[in-house]
Design a protein around this ligand. Structure first.
Ligand code: G3P
Ligand code: MG
Length: 251
């Protein structure tokens, strides 16, 4: 059975606030969400930061890669102005800051490990090790709602996370599901498949369920589609439209 919330705010506040920022998280919280997905990758000095793109230019002004900057530089950068002037100066959060803010508000976390190319193993290991250190006691208590669920498109990152923190559950993210999706999931000892709903078919949904895995869909912004997916037995979904697919949408 899926032990996690059924509706999750994508990147913090969906499309109502700058993604992957504390302002975005506050927005999700204000809309009643106590479940949030966000993306994490490493800065040059190996410190995990919350950001989606591996390069600057879209949400962070500037050029080059996130991996070209130390975390201390990234946290001074403006990750809010691109969205709206009122968010000017909204910083790139450290992973630890974002986790602390979620915990302070009782928000469950789906931590998407999004490694830059070439540092997949290191990213999975560092994020998992740090998370284990932050949550150690609660992991021992084995309450799935109290600890994050890792997900990643990178099986290398997930395997590194498994080795570093086997007690933190993992989910395999897929776009077009590869032929060996089940073998991959089993090897990683994953609890769920996180699937692109645009590529999801009803037979695939059934196979995931029959394999005993959870099924989470990203990123569902149409309430009609959300209902359909839930009718197919999809366990959970994340959404950018936190205004029309609310935290209690799935009942
Ligand atoms: O984790 C679900 C979803 O966030 C995956 O895609 O690109 O929005 O991070 P993306
Ligand atoms: Mg993501």
């Amino acid at each position: 059975m899926w032990p996690y919330p059924k509706v999750v705010a994508h990147r913090g506040g969906g499309r109502l606030a700058p993604e992957n920022t504390l302002a975005g998280l506050r927005c999700g919280l204000a809309y009643g969400f106590r479940a949030v997905e966000f993306d994490v990758m490493l800065a040059r000095d190996g410190v995990p930061v919350v950001v989606h793109d591996p390069y600057l230019g879209r949400t962070i002004p500037g050029s080059g890669n996130v991996f070209d900057y130390d975390a201390a530089e990234l946290v001074t950068m403006d990750a809010g102005s691109w969205f709206a002037p009122r968010f000017k100066g909204e910083p790139v959060p450290l992973y630890t800051q974002f986790v602390d803010a979620c915990r302070a508000h009782g928000a469950w976390m789906n931590v998407e490990i999004k490694p830059a190319p070439g540092v997949e193993e290191e990213t999975g290991r560092v994020v998992a090790t740090l998370t284990q250190a932050m949550f150690g006691l609660q992991i021992a208590m084995d309450d799935p709602l109290q600890v994050p669920l890792f997900s990643s498109f990178s099986t290398v990152a997930l395997e590194a996370a498994r080795l570093a923190a086997p007690g933190i559950a993992r989910a395999l993210l897929v776009d077009d599901p590869p032929e060996d999706w089940l073998e991959q999931a089993r090897k990683l000892d994953a609890v769920a498949i996180h699937a692109n709903h645009k590529k999801l078919t009803r037979p695939f949904a059934r196979q995931v369920r029959e394999a005993g895995l959870g099924l989470f869909c990203y990123t569902v912004n149409d309430p009609v589609r959300a209902r359909e997916l839930l009718g197919w037995g999809v366990d959970a979904l994340c959404t950018d439209r936190i205004d029309i697919i609310g935290a209690d949408f799935a009942g």
